[in-house]
Design a protein around this ligand. Structure first.
Ligand SMILES: Cc1cc2nc3c(=O)[nH]c(=O)nc-3n(C[C@H](O)[C@H](O)[C@H](O)COP(=O)(O)OP(=O)(O)OC[C@H]3O[C@@H](n4cnc5c(N)ncnc54)[C@H](O)[C@@H]3O)c2cc1C
Length: 482
């Protein structure tokens, strides 16, 4: 590999957007040579759940101007896109497959500009376990990979994305490739039969994406999307990104007062000729501080009572995708409705499975007969997660569930907090698993900030601090209500 004995080694577990961003920021920011290894079993780096698609109708959900890999170079993606795509502007919603190419270019460029001797390696395998150990040279992590190898690193970054959806797993359905528990897993939708109807559990952005891929538009197959409220994501407007300055979170420490502050601000914004989108934009940047100060019980209450309504407003569709959805609904290729899954019975017809699903909405019942069911309900929580690695880290006390019930505890610098409330400069985290600490932690503007923060912390802490155990600067852990 051509690196010296003093070279710091970092493992990045997960090569989706977060993993690539953190590797690129690490390579750019460190003046001494490093060895960075990205563990990612998928076919492409920088793809992950969001950017693996090759369907040109799968667009970014945010305009190009918010998608730069670097907060201090906000035009980076727009310039990259303009050089390749005719008519691209800062307001364009680019195809998502282009974004993974952008991330690869960002990584390649970062390696070219890195300190002499820095290498980035892609290990196309998963990581099954992480074991911190004390060795004569200091604290290290031993990683066991899916190919049964053991490898040692000075530091590790968890960039494993969101846990799988959990709506279907609670129904105890027979294992079948036609019961798709995670639509983002590579090849997950390949077994959905082309000639029978499909039920999507969920009506958010995931359901929209899956429907775009599955609705054939020629009437052979109907895609039914159902959720408790049957609400589609809201649609972006060009004026909706400006922040409404009148939101007042002063003294907000409870779920009820947070919802009231938001509602009041929407009223004021409407009077001022703006709309709720402008309030969402300002709440998105200002709310994390309020969230951090809330007790865990209030965080959980807020998620229970307002979480879904926030998601619908916060994660919006581009106008073009909204027009595709309307066209699918108009042609009958997609039906949308309210209803939660009450029961599922599985029959065989001509050797193939047919699922009879009863959906309930108040007193109303609906029976759908479909050849496949896809869970589009969005990420579950860590404890429900089927991720072997995170489950094991929780069991071993190497990570601790966040008091909100979402993700894990980390310090402000992204250092993981153990079950014993210790934070070691060994293990860092980026992305969805930090939602509990920062509320917003999945979109590129938050991810690039976290990536820069981790890179800065690692380069400041340097080799001499590797292995130092500090008390975590986080609030005391509360028990999580079931
Ligand atoms: C459909 C969709 C569209 C989106 N559109 C936008 C958008 O337009 N703008 C925006 O800002 N955000 C968008 N997002 C938000 C999105 O979550 C982030 O932009 C980003 O893709 C998250 O990347 P990630 O790397 O954290 O997670 P993921 O993309 O989930 O990547 C995690 C990776 O870790 C790997 N992994 C997991 N466990 C292991 C293990 N044990 N060993 C090795 N590898 C492992 C997985 O294979 C995966 O590739 C979108 C999300 C989705 C799902």
């Amino acid at each position: 590999m051509g690196v010296g004995a003093g070279t710091r080694s970092t493992a990045v577990i997960g090569g989706g957007a977060s993993g690539v961003l953190v590797a690129a920021h690490l390579a750019r920011s460190n003046r001494s040579p490093q060895r960075i290894t990205i563990f990612e079993p998928r076919q492409n780096l920088g793809a992950g759940a969001a950017y693996s698609t090759s369907d040109p109708r799968h667009l970014l959900n945010t305009p190009a101007r918010s998608m730069s890999a670097f907060e201090n170079q906000p035009d980076d993606f727009v310039e990259w896109l303009s050089a390749r795509s005719v008519g691209a502007t800062p307001d364009s919603y680019a195809p998502r497959r282009l974004y993974r190419r952008y991330l690869r270019d960002v990584l390649d460029m970062a390696v070219r500009c890195a300190a002499r001797g820095t290498t980035v390696e892609w290990a196309r395998t998963s990581v099954e376990s992480i074991r911190p150990v004390t060795e004569p040279a200091g604290r290290r992590c031993i990683l066991r990979t899916g190919s049964a190898q053991e490898r040692r690193f000075d530091s590790v970054v968890l960039a494993v994305g969101a846990p799988e959806p959990a709506a279907l797993s609670s129904l105890n359905l027979p294992a079948s490739p036609r019961v798709v528990t995670n639509p983002w897993a590579p090849g997950a939708l390949d077994q959905v039969p082309a000639d029978s109807d499909v039920l999507l559990i969920g009506t958010g952005l995931t359901a929209v994406d899956v429907a775009l891929g599955l609705a054939d538009g020629i009437g052979i197959r109907t895609v039914h999307a159902r959720s408790r409220k049957g609400l589609l994501p809201a649609v972006h407007t060009s004026g909706g990104f400006a922040e409404f300055s009148g939101i007042d979170f002063e003294g907000v420490t409870t779920a009820r007062s947070a919802v009231r502050a938001f509602r009041d601000a929407v009223g004021d914004a409407t009077e001022a000729g703006l709309d709720w989108r402008n309030v969402v934009s300002s709440a998105r940047s200002r709310f994390p501080e309020v969230w951090r100060a809330m007790p865990g019980s209030e965080q959980q209450r807020l998620l229970r009572h307002a979480g879904r309504r926030w998601e619908v407003r916060r994660h919006r569709m581009s106008p073009l995708v909204a027009s595709y959805v309307s066209a699918m609904q108009a042609s009958g290729a997609l039906t949308l409705g309210a209803g939660h899954t009450e029961s599922v019975e599985c029959y065989k017809s001509d050797g193939r499975e047919v699922f009879h699903v009863t959906l309930a909405s108040g007193a109303r019942r609906e029976l759908l007969k479909v050849g496949s069911i896809v869970d589009c309900s969005g990420p579950g929580t860590y404890l429900q997660s089927s991720s072997k690695l995170t489950g094991r880290l929780l069991d071993d006390g190497i990570v601790q569930q966040h008091r909100s019930g979402m993700g894990i505890s980390v310090t402000e610098d992204g250092v993981v907090v153990t079950k014993n409330a210790k934070a070691e400069d060994l293990l860092y985290a980026i992305g969805w698993c930090r939602r509990g600490g920062s509320f917003e932690s999945t979109a590129v503007p938050e991810l690039r900030k976290q990536a820069a923060q981790i890179a800065r912390h690692m380069s400041e802490s340097g080799r001499e601090r590797i292995g130092v155990v500090k008390d975590a600067r986080v609030a005391p852990v509360e028990s999580v209500a079931s």
